[in-house]
Write a protein that binds this ligand. Structure first.
Ligand code: NDP
Ligand code: 2IT
Length: 444
């Protein structure tokens, strides 16, 4: 397999899908050596089947807003691979969503899910619908309209969606309700459900907690404790909130959070009480992070990300490509020792190169944010058993999964000089599992 040739073929077939090329390029360049050790992979042209999704469903979503105006959005589900289990991955509702975004996310999800060691394939879906400023009623009507198309393509043993940007407990509830209405089936077709109807304890916390459990494993390789470390966090949604909560529980000091309008910098540290304010602000009132600065009298910087502030650890938890080369150089210059990604592909290729060049501990999202989908997998198991596990049990399993993912990265990513390339480690470990399953199942 030649990475550039493969990318050229993809570019010709799918013009303009830059995020997808970025994700594919990163994975292929790190698995090339492993792939080329297996002439049977090339003989089966495995690489093309690995990069091109099994299926893409595209549909129109029509709904009526509170003013009685008929609105149209696009809906998608990218089913990338079910080689090791049913398609699995979140739904994103954000105006920037297009096929390139969802193809990159579904591709990444396939390797991430393989890393968890749970039986889950990879998928992603969503819509260009913008939930911001919409009433509950409008969000419900949109979710119902979205599901009237999506339900044909999903099922507890076929494809199990969950949340992502713009899709949280509220949206999953509405989506689940409509699926049940249409099919008359009460089944684990979505994860991230409410606790009263099949959800798992610790699923809301899982991505953020898992991110910090992974970070702790990385720090351990250098004998460093997270206690008292100053953490720069971006985002203020699900992943950022529980990343911050776990930092606080472990005695670290998170000093920033952000949204798409700007970031707050609180040198005194965000504590449990301040985090509770953010959770109410973001999850109930759906307001802007600027209010935090007004309430607690700290700095707010509009239209910027927090990466020029001084911190020991950077935890990007907002969105793709939110941390570029210049940001990375600033972090390194300011003495940052570790970067653990809560978001999917938040660091640009130049940023990743900068972190690795400076020998920072750097975890790519597909390893460090895999806790969310892992607990989704545990939710699927609980739904199959028709029972629910305690928070302690789920949290313990989550921690152990994150430790195992870390061990896989060490196994496949340790360089001769001892530096752990977590990007390579995660990609190779995920790839081996998916590739072996595909080979065993024949040319399909
Ligand atoms: P939420 O919708 O709960 O929060 C998203 C946060 O990121 C908000 O603060 C939002 O600000 C900010 N954000 C979104 N888009 C942009 C943008 N274009 N520029 C700047 N800020 C932006 O989503 P999640 O917390 O669930 O997801 C965050 C990241 O984590 C995503 O990359 C997602 O794919 C990834 N992830 C999520 C998992 C989960 O279980 N939820 C699991 C694994 C990964 P604003 O409100 O202003 O839009
Ligand atoms: O990117 C992700 O891993 C998620 N948004 C969670 C997917 C899931 O199925 O829980």
């Amino acid at each position: 397999m030649k990475v550039q040739e493969t990318l050229a073929v993809l570019r010709e077939h799918f013009p303009g899908e830059e995020l997808y090329f970025q994700a594919v390029g990163e994975v292929l360049s790190t698995i090339e050596d492993e792939y080329n050790k297996h002439p049977e992979f090339e003989a089966a042209n495995l690489v093309e089947r690995l990069c091109v999704p099994d299926r893409i469903v595209t549909f129109r979503v029509t709904w009526v807003d509170d003013k009685g105006k008929v609105q149209t959005n696009m809906g998608y589900r990218v089913q990338h691979s079910n080689a090791i289990g049913p398609y699995k991955g979140g739904l994103r509702f954000h105006p920037s969503v297009n096929l390139s975004t969802l193809k990159f996310l579904a591709f990444e999800q396939t390797f991430k899910n393989a890393l968890t060691t749970l039986p889950m394939g990879g998928a992603k879906g969503g819509s260009d619908f913008n939930p911001k400023g919409k009433s509950d009623n409008e969000v419900m009507h949109f979710c119902q309209a979205f599901m009237t198309e999506l339900w044909h393509n999903i099922g507890a043993e076929t494809d199990v969606p969950a949340g992502d940007i713009g899709v949280g407990a509220r949206e999953v509830g509405y989506l689940f309700g409509m699926y049940k209405k249409l099919t008359r089936n009460f089944e684990g077709v979505l994860t991230g459900k409410g606790l009263d109807f099949g959800g798992s304890l610790i699923r809301p916390e899982a991505t953020g907690y898992g991110n910090i459990y992974f970070l702790q494993e990385m720090l351990k390789t250098r004998g460093i404790d997270i206690k008292d470390k100053v953490c720069l966090v971006s985002g203020s949604g699900n992943v950022a909130q529980f990343t911050v909560q776990k930092c606080i529980q472990l005695g670290a000091k998170p000093v920033t959070m952000s949204d798409s309008n700007g970031y707050i910098y609180d040198p005194a540290g965000i504590d449990e009480e301040k985090l509770a304010f953010i959770m109410e602000l973001k999850n109930v009132r759906r307001g802007r992070i600027k209010e935090y600065a007004e309430k607690y009298g700290c700095k707010y910087v509009a239209g910027a990300a927090p990466w020029y502030e001084k911190g020991d650890i950077a935890l990007p938890c907002a969105t793709q490509n939110e941390l570029n080369g210049e940001h990375a150089r600033a972090l390194v210059a300011n003495g940052c020792i570790a970067v653990s990604e809560g978001a999917n592909m938040p660091s640009t290729p130049e940023a990743v190169e900068t972190f690795q060049g400076a020998k920072l501990l750097y975890a790519p999202g597909k390893a460090s944010n895999a806790g969310g989908v892992s607990v989704s997998g545990l939710e699927m198991t609980q739904n199959s058993y028709k029972l629910g596990w305690s928070a302690e049990k789920v949290d313990k399993k989550l921690k152990s999964i994150m430790q195992n993912i870390h061990a896989s990265c060490v196994k496949y990513g340790t360089r001769p000089d001892g530096y752990i390339d977590y990007v390579k480690g995660a990609n190779v470990a995920g790839f081996i599992k998916v590739a072996n399953a595909m080979m065993a199942q024949g040319v399909i």
